[in-house]
Write a protein that binds this ligand. Structure first.
Ligand code: TYM
Length: 334
């Protein structure tokens, strides 16, 4: 019998501090959909080599294993989903190179993420420019129909689609065109210390009040929420809420699953302190089981190895079939 489920592919870069935005924008939607899709979830460690926010006390390998443990602790079931490390499946950089021979430079220089990151440093690594091409290879290798991500990744999924379309129209149908799958709530969580900017993994390393880590302890969670920037008033006005209160309400909705109306009715007219207390309690309750499961899994080295080996085998098998097909189309074989 053929598998009729949609193929879903996504990944997280093992860098910085993995936060609640990564959870609501990516991990939670992966877990929520795992019984309905054929999910392939990669720890994109080769991408992390381009990151300026690598945790200085840890190797990329160590951080990658931690992120893999986090995938499981958040509820991904290795029997239902494929979980693997990108660097263990060489077809990813291989297809990326093939795409680089086809992708116009202008497509890459106009990417928003490249423009903003390139401005932060004098010596821009080439991989910062070609990063979206590797990301396209990640997705297209597996014929992924949907890519569940946060809003910031939309442009990257669109370029993957453009690359697939260009290849297909030049050489004949080789790739499935992927669609970004971006949730209504939780796909753009803002920083708690500066609610006009997106919560980011790198900022969290330098600024404690910036984010809440998925594995933060209850004290740290409550402290960060208590200090979170609000609007200038004292009580919640849902209709006219500014960036700070909108962000707190949005986080509340993402974790509680409540509708806009329910959350509005709960907090409208209440003091900021009430919203903060309830939000802190909700986050502590939601994250505590993830934290303890994460700590348990980190100690289970052999189990984690088994999960990653099994994931790698399937990813390798699927992706080498795709690479063989591409080489054939390009006339490199036969
Ligand atoms: P990364 O590692 O920066 O982020 C991982 C996921 O978390 C989402 N996200 C957020 N969602 C809501 N609010 C936020 N503040 C927030 N910050 C991050 C991201 O949208 C993402 O879904 N380039 C990718 C990794 C990647 C990838 C792929 C993703 C490489 N290859 C193939 C999908 C498919 C990245 O750096 O994500």
């Amino acid at each position: 019998m053929t598998d009729k489920r949609l193929r879903s592919f996504s990944g997280i870069q093992p860098s910085g501090k993995i936060h609640i935005g990564n959870y609501t924008g990516a991990l939670k939607p992966w877990v929520d959909a795992q019984d309905e899709v054929d999910g392939i979830y990669c720890v994109v460690d080769l991408h992390a080599l381009t990151a300026s926010d690598r945790e200085p006390r840890k190797s990329v390998g160590e951080q990658s294993r931690e992120v893999a443990a986090l995938y499981l602790a958040c509820g991904l079931d290795p029997k239902a989903s494929t979980i693997f490390l990108q660097s263990e499946v060489w077809t990813h950089p291989y297809l990326s190179w093939v795409f680089e021979t086809q992708v116009p430079l202008g497509w890459l220089t106009r990417m928003t993420q490249f423009k903003s990151k390139a401005n932060e440093t004098d010596s821009v690594p080439t991989a910062l420019l070609t990063y979206p091409v590797l990301q396209a290879a990640d997705i297209l290798l597996y014929d992924a129909e949907i890519v569940p991500v946060g809003e910031d990744q939309k442009q990257h999924i669109e370029i993957a689609r453009d690359i697939a379309q260009r290849f297909n129209s030049t050489y004949g149908s080789a790739f499935v065109l992927p669609e970004p799958k971006i949730g209504v709530h939780g796909s753009r969580i803002m920083a708690l210390d500066e609610p006009t900017v997106k919560m980011s993994k790198s900022r969290a390393l330098v600024n404690r009040g910036h984010s809440i880590g998925i594995t933060d302890d209850p004290d740290a969670i409550s402290r960060t929420i208590r200090r979170a920037v609000t609007d200038s008033g004292t009580s919640v006005d849902v209709q006219n809420a500014g960036a700070g209160i909108r962000n707190l309400l949005n986080i509340y909705r993402s974790f509680s699953g409540e509708s806009d109306q329910e959350a509005s009715a709960r907090f409208d007219g209440k003091g900021y302190g009430v919203l903060k207390n309830e939000l802190a309690e909700l986050l502590v309750d939601a994250l505590a089981p993830i934290r303890s499961e994460y700590q348990r899994l980190l100690a289970e080295r052999l189990y984690l190895n088994d999960v990653l080996n099994e994931g790698q085998e399937r990813a390798f098998r699927l992706s080498t079939e795709k690479v063989a097909c591409v080489l054939e189309i390009l006339g490199l074989r036969g």
